[in-house]
Write a protein of this length. Structure first.
Ligand SMILES: Nc1ncnc2c1ncn2[C@@H]1O[C@H](COP(=O)(O)OP(=O)(O)OP(=O)(O)O)[C@@H](O)[C@H]1O
Length: 227
């Protein structure tokens, strides 16, 4: 679940107006489409949900935990066990095999490595045969599947995906979306998909939506107030 009230974030460098986010309530197991034009704050919002950035104002509950007071190792451990993150840039270590890349998840969570679970997670997204390869030996779509397997390895309560279809053709985009939904459903995770891809918007027509363009208007007003 995700619940936000009056959430805001200020980038100290750059001098941009504060980002103010609309409130949202996402139930456990629900799907949220996070929409907004480029620069509207989608990546920032995801970073707040993952505890990668601390909010400047407002209240934020993710998977039953109020974020804001935890620091350093505590928030890192919480993130490793609670959040699955499929970032736009996949951050697979080029020095490690696919299986070893997934094993890093256990390291981050302070858990013993479980090779059977790694193989199962890779099989779930159709890439178990690639376990011994290095990331540079994968296609873009295969690399994304590996990153998805990594994201759901510990059965997260919240799965966050940042522009998961951005560089994919129509068929691969439909596959990626279906896999994301299946992977979230398999662990009853709440799924958030940040996108400005109309194919995703159409495919998820009727899904709960958080539109950050509303916030764009708020930022414009802030700027006018400053003048
Ligand atoms: N590190 C930073 N320092 C200062 N300002 C930043 C920083 N990162 C992002 N911003 C600003 O915050 C706003 C929101 O950025 P963000 O990356 O969250 O948007 P986005 O909706 O994810 O964009 P895109 O779709 O292009 O990835 C933008 O105005 C951006 O310029």
């Amino acid at each position: 679940m995700i619940r936000t009230r009056g959430l805001s974030y200020i980038y100290v460098s750059g001098g941009a107006a504060p980002l103010r986010f609309p409130d949202v309530d996402l139930r456990q197991g629900g799907t949220l489409l996070l929409r907004g034009r480029s620069g509207s704050g989608k990546s920032t919002w995801l970073a707040l949900m993952a505890g990668l950035r601390g909010a400047s104002g407002g209240d934020l509950f993710v998977a039953g935990t109020q974020l804001g007071t935890q620091r350093g190792a505590e928030i890192d451990a919480w993130r490793a066990r609670t959040i699955g993150f499929l970032p736009q840039k996949l951050y697979l270590s080029s020095a490690l095999s696919v299986a070893d890349n997934l094993a890093l998840v256990y390291f981050a969570a302070g858990l013993p490595r479980d090779d059977d679970s790694i193989v199962r997670a890779l099989a779930q997204v159709g890439v178990a045969n690639l376990a011994a390869r290095k990331p540079h030996q994968l296609s873009g779509g295969q690399a994304q599947r590996v990153a998805l397997a990594r994201a759901v390895l510990l059965a997260p309560q919240v799965l966050l995906a940042d522009e998961p279809t951005a560089s994919l053709d129509d068929e691969a985009a439909a596959d990626a979306l279906a896999l994301l939904q299946q992977s979230a459903a398999a662990c009853d995770a709440s799924l958030v998909i940040a996108t400005h891809d109309q194919r995703v918007v159409l495919a998820l027509a009727g899904a709960q939506t958080l539109d950050l363009n509303e916030m764009g208007a708020q930022r414009l007003m802030d700027k006018r107030e400053q003048l």
